[in-house]
Design a protein around this ligand. Structure first.
Ligand code: KG4
Ligand code: ZN
Length: 393
């Protein structure tokens, strides 16, 4: 079976085509995998601008699907002229009512090629920016209408869990076996969550932020330091340089470790962000060395808090496995610290390759295949669920 996966929850338009391989675990081959990032466009606003994200997704998605089909050798052009039958055309028009440009592109695609041998579609239904989510959902519903392919809605955060669990050997991807129960740490631009995983498809959020998500804090602090969006990789780069140069953080630039000793699984990064702002305001002139110190101290603070909370969560849930996912899991220092923690606690660690840490459609494909392997039902009534918790998916 071949599955098309669509991800548009934030600022990446991502499409993957995968082929399921029969076997005990969920295993698949990747036929095509593409990500179109809008990062440079949003950089001028210092963050993701939802209306712009929606417009860019709508502009790009049909072409990206066509490119993936082509790469996967699934695109066969029609030799004769074909027009979508009237009833289907009307349905398509209704689905893409608010995206006339996308309707036109879809019509050209569907009328120009033969129905590809795709057996299922997996699409991110939430959480994320609703206008952006709608583009992916509507693309999935449009293809469902014209090609009669079942659609499986996927929770983006479950996708990040799956990205952590997927391993690749000789081109075959597999959702690995793990000792249960597990704990998942999900750290991204919109989320900081610790999730208890007694088994796959069964998730309970046990740790969350009182305010900003960790990626959001990285991005905002980066902005204070005059670094470009997204700030995570920028801060990480400066902090690494500071470590290499053995820079010692000046006393007045030290930062708190918020909620470190709170004995619960809540995070709060807003105070840390304000602490950085206060330091920045007290500096007469920001030089490169000071910037490195603040980046280093911020990254260390976040890492200390994350490690302490995860350690407590592993203890509270008696988890044997730690799964990590989300854009911030691309951070070298945090990766290293979590590896160290897992070793010390005797837990196995599942962490995505850096290219699967940030948003992509492969993780949505993996989650979709998992739902199918579990005999779950497809759905046609889809709505963008901006704040859909992984605990309810
Ligand atoms: O998972 P993701 O791609 O999108 C969301 O679902 O939010 O995460 C994006 C976040 C951004 O806040 C970005 O700054 C952060 O991940 N990020 C990093 C690194 N790479 C990306 N944060 C810290 N260190 C990194 N190397
Ligand atoms: Zn994400």
């Amino acid at each position: 079976m071949i599955l098309l996966a669509i991800e548009t929850s934030c600022d990446e338009t991502a499409i993957s085509l995968v082929k399921r391989i029969r076997g005990k675990n969920v295993r698949f081959e990747v036929l095509s995998h593409k990500i179109l990032s809008q990062v440079d466009l949003h950089a001028q606003y210092g963050g993701v601008f939802p209306a712009l994200a929606k417009r860019e997704h709508a502009k790009a998605i049909t072409q990206l699907i066509a490119e993936c089909l082509h790469e996967a050798d699934l695109l066969v052009e029609r030799s004769n002229s074909y027009h979508i039958p009237n009833t289907e055309r009307k349905k398509l028009e209704a689905i893409l009512e608010r995206e006339p440009e996308m309707f036109a592109a879809m019509k050209v695609l569907v009328e120009g090629i033969q129905k590809p041998s795709i057996d299922a579609i997996a699409v991110t239904e939430g959480p994320g920016l609703p206008p952006a989510l709608w583009v992916g959902i509507n693309a999935a519903l449009a293809l469902h209408t014209v090609w009669d392919i079942p659609v499986y809605p996927v929770n983006h955060m479950e996708g990040h869990i799956i990205a952590g669990l997927v391993s690749q050997v000789d081109g075959v991807y597999e959702i690995g076996e793990m000792e249960l129960p597990a704990c998942a740490l999900l750290i991204s631009g919109g989320h900081t969550e610790i999730v208890h995983v007694p088994k796959l498809r069964s998730y309970k959020v046990i740790g969350k932020p009182k305010d900003d998500a960790v990626g959001e804090a990285f991005d905002k602090v980066a902005r204070m330091l005059g670094l470009k969006y997204p700030g995570g990789p920028e801060i990480s780069r400066l902090a690494e340089q500071a470590r290499k140069e053995s820079i010692v953080v000046r006393e007045e630039l030290r930062l708190p470790r918020p909620m470190l000793h709170s004995k619960d699984l809540f995070f709060s990064f807003s105070g840390l962000k304000t602490a950085v702002l206060t330091r920045v305001k007290n500096i007469p002139e920001m030089d490169e060395k000071t910037r490195k110190m603040l980046a280093l101290e911020f990254e260390n603070s976040v890492t200390d808090v994350i490690v302490a909370k995860v350690k407590q969560a592993l203890y509270e849930t008696s988890a044997k496995t730690l799964i990590v996912g989300g854009g911030v899991s691309a951070n070298n220092h945090i990766r290293f610290a979590l590896k160290h923690l897992a070793e010390a606690e005797g837990s196995s660690l599942f962490i995505p390759n850096r290219n699967l840490s940030t948003d992509n459609a492969l993780m949505i494909a993996g989650a979709g295949l998992l739902h199918i392997a579990n005999d779950e039902r497809p759905r046609v009534k889809l709505v963008a669920k901006g704040s859909w918790s992984v605990g309810d998916c």
